[in-house]
Design a protein around this ligand. Structure first.
Ligand SMILES: *Cc1c(COP(=O)(O)O)cnc(C)c1O
Length: 426
């Protein structure tokens, strides 16, 4: 069981919605910090540990700055993400570039920032050398293929586009060493939203064994392994949180039986968890603006799939509560829907909820990772803003809502005025 809470009572939320029109995202700084510390504490059983928050999950520099404060680095996959991490104070090797199909200019930027480049393919060794030169520290992403069972969101490793095969990885490190690399990291990310702690422990074990094999076959000693992201959160109240202590201890036991006897201690452990770092501590707040009764009962809200697309994209469950009616009986069955001209724009389908009236504020839970960031502008929908609840209880805007000017910023209407018709004369 996991509890689905929200940091503001209905009066406080109503007051906030008077200041900042709905819809908006709200993130809880105190809860993010508390959880970040719990992760660091659990993994302090390793001689060297670093968590690189994957920027894609919540690309807001204010939140990144909080995580930087707590000692976290970033995992980036694009030039703008590298810039966000830098702006938030995440510098040098605190940043990893774990990208794929990487354009040359992103390698150049990552190298200039001193970020750790994590290569996705053996052909990228020469590509990187031409684009930016080979840095002294480099990491390579391993795809274990049939060695590792699949995971629901990310799929089977052998069908995934990422990473080197085992043979390529060994060969790649030898080639990198010949090109002057002196420090090496091994990376893998094989899961997404995985709630099975043993699955993550097994990933670490596979990487520890690979580090030993690399040493045995080539003499190359890895400085760290990076188990990537993919730790799950209990979107449904009946699911349980991952136990950080259990995972850290399980990984440490694997380390003691694999890494230590091979003489590779100390070997650093890095990871790129994002969903567990901010997911449960962010909510999408939206207002009921219509009720509709046809073959089903509908509640129309002012947010849409453009603000949060996980339910529409993956059929994902997001818990939903009605502010001020948390204790009320769930007497109704609703589809809670947004305004997009797509029938999958539904935040909840046939959900048992208390009776909802127009004007009620609805709280969509576990939206703090892969939430607003996945938003889009289809149908001319403007994405909502983001608020941060500070540790002193005040709320501040950390990103304003989009305006029509933002939406039209890439269009030149003056050119349209002088745009000649080109209907052919015949
Ligand atoms: C998306 C991603 C992450 C973060 O994943 P979570 O499931 O949110 O922990 C980490 N690393 C890489 C390479 C990613 O693509």
């Amino acid at each position: 069981m996991s509890t689905k809470s929200f940091p503001l009572d209905s009066q406080k939320l109503r007051a906030l919605a008077d200041r900042f029109p709905t819809p908006f995202y709200l993130y809880d700084e105190a809860a993010i910090r508390k959880n970040a510390r719990a992760v660091l504490k659990a993994f302090s059983v390793f001689p060297s540990f670093k968590e690189h928050f994957a920027v894609k999950a919540l690309p807001n520099p204010f939140v990144l700055k909080i995580l930087a404060d707590e000692g976290f680095g970033a995992d980036c996959a694009s030039l703008p993400e590298l810039m966000l991490a830098d702006a938030a104070g995440m510098k040098g090797e605190a940043v990893m570039l774990t990208s794929n199909e990487t354009p040359a200019r992103e390698y150049v930027a990552a190298k200039a920032q001193g970020a750790v480049i994590n290569l996705d393919d053996i052909t990228h060794i020469d590509f990187l050398e031409t684009a930016a030169g080979i840095p002294g520290l480099i990491s390579c992403r391993y795809n274990p293929g049939p060695l590792k069972e699949g995971n629901a969101i990310i799929g089977k490793p052998e069908e995934a586009k990422y990473g080197f095969t085992r043979e390529q990885l060994i060969e790649g490190f030898v080639r990198l060493k010949a090109k002057g690399v002196t420090r090496f990291g091994i990376h893998a990310m094989v899961a997404s939203n995985e709630l099975n702690a043993d699955y993550h422990i097994e990933t670490a074990k596979i990487l520890f064994e690979l580090a030993v094999e690399l040493k045995r076959k080539t003499g190359i000693r890895a400085e760290f392994v990076n188990i990537g992201g993919g730790a799950g959160i209990p979107y449904r109240p009946e699911q349980d949180d991952l136990d950080y202590g259990y995972m850290a201890k399980g990984m440490r036991a694997a380390y003691d039986s694999i890494v230590v006897p091979a003489g590779l201690d100390p070997l650093g452990l890095r990871m790129e968890w994002a969903r567990v770092m901010t997911g449960p501590y962010g909510w999408l707040v939206t207002k009921a603006i219509h009720t509709k009764s046809i073959y089903r009962e509908y509640i129309g809200v002012d947010a849409s799939m453009a603000d949060l697309m996980r339910p529409g994209m993956y059929g994902a469950y997001h818990h939903l509560t009605v502010s001020g009616k948390e204790g009320a009986l769930a007497t109704e069955t609703y589809d809670v829907v947004g305004s997009l001209c797509e029938n999958n724009d539904k935040f909840a389908v046939q959900r048992r909820l208390p009776k909802i009236a127009v004007g009620d504020l609805l709280v969509i839970h576990d939206a703090g990772a892969h939430g607003r960031a996945m938003g889009f502008n289809y149908n001319g929908k403007l994405r909502c803003g983001e608020l941060l609840l500070r540790t002193d209880g005040s709320a501040v805007s950390i990103r304003r809502a989009e305006t029509v000017d933002d939406y039209f910023a890439t269009l030149d209407f003056a050119a349209l005025e002088n745009f000649p018709s080109s209907i052919p004369n015949d």
